[in-house]
Design a protein around this ligand. Structure first.
Ligand SMILES: C[S@@+](CC[C@H](N)C(=O)[O-])C[C@H]1O[C@@H](n2cnc3c(N)ncnc32)[C@H](O)[C@@H]1O
Length: 287
């Protein structure tokens, strides 16, 4: 495999859908659910410990932007929280709701709706929010990212916490190669081979180009999905500045082992995906 770093030769003009592009993968929630099925028990406990550590009030109402098929929505609802999730994919939301409505016990503990991270505002404020597995990266321009944080500033109470799991740019792009870039899922009559490979950095446009492929074999039929996902190429400095412009202060950073990382250390992709803990400051937002 070869991955390269280029200054500016990626043609985003070819990308007809621009910033609001939707990927076919996210229009196939049944397969998304299988491909991104994972044990989230440790993340769940970590999020709760962060709420306890950084909030001087009980966290009861939560928002999850880009909630996908609702793996976290189900978990928090099951534990008595009221959680609202949204996603740009209507199919993902429909699938999530149909799945969760089957459980009578949690029906009143959640709400999922279609919405775009750039402009979704909830009138009734929540106590906390989180966004997982670099989903925030689907917002690529500074303008969209600031706009998202401003919507979250309005949707959360003053002092509310927003946990954002993002992956920063690696110093050496070769360090993006991971052992689990390709993985296999086997369930009943479905076999899936999935790959998520970071192919290229466009430094000038701040884009991380990902080669996503999925081969599905189901009931003797084969389906293939191949698509390039263009995500924001995060630097720590950009992230900190953009969140601040949206009305949030960075109050903590944690790695995938849930250990605290000093803000004064070199924050880069070599540390793996990181959880950035942001505190909402209603008086800081410009609008
Ligand atoms: C990698 S999935 C993460 C789903 C879920 N949070 C999880 O942990 O499994 C990324 C999700 O972001 C959604 N998405 C992409 N752009 C979005 C936008 N502008 N607003 C809301 N959701 C968006 C996609 O539809 C997709 O469901």
């Amino acid at each position: 495999m070869s991955i390269t770093e280029t200054k500016s030769n990626v043609s985003l003009e070819n990308n007809k859908l621009g910033n609001s592009e939707q990927y076919r993968f996210y229009e196939l929630p049944k397969y998304y659910d299988l491909v991104f099925k994972r044990n989230i028990d440790n993340d769940f406990e970590f999020f709760r410990s962060i709420f306890r550590l950084y909030c001087n009030f009980d966290v009861k109402r939560i928002i999850e932007p880009a909630c996908g098929s609702g793996i976290f929505i189900e978990k928090f609802a099951n534990h008595g929280y009221y959680i609202k999730g949204y996603d740009i994919s209507k199919k993902m939301i429909k699938y999530c709701d149909q799945r969760l409505q089957k459980n009578i016990e949690i029906r009143n503990n959640y709400k999922v709706i279609t919405g775009d991270m750039r402009n979704k505002i909830f009138k009734k404020e929540s106590d906390a929010a989180f966004i997982c597995i670099n989903s925030l990266g689907y917002l690529r321009t500074d303008e969209d990212i600031i706009s998202h944080f401003k919507t979250m500033n309005k949707s959360l109470r003053d002092g509310g916490i927003y946990i954002a799991e993002i992956s920063c740019k690696c110093e050496n792009i070769q360090n993006e190669i991971k052992k689990d870039d390709i993985w296999y899922i086997k369930e009943d009559n479905i076999d899936i081979k999935a790959q998520w490979i970071i192919k290229r950095y466009d430094i000038e446009k701040k884009i991380r180009e990902i080669d996503f492929q999925m081969t599905i074999r189901e009931n003797g039929k084969k389906k293939e999905i191949k698509e390039i996902h263009n995500l924001r190429l995060w630097t720590f400095e950009d992230f900190k500045q953009l969140t601040s412009l949206g009305g949030f202060s960075l109050i903590g950073i944690y790695n995938q082992n849930y250990e605290s990382v000093s803000e004064l250390s070199e924050i880069n992709g070599e540390l793996g995906a990181l959880y950035f803990i942001l505190k909402n400051n209603k008086t800081k937002s410009s609008e």
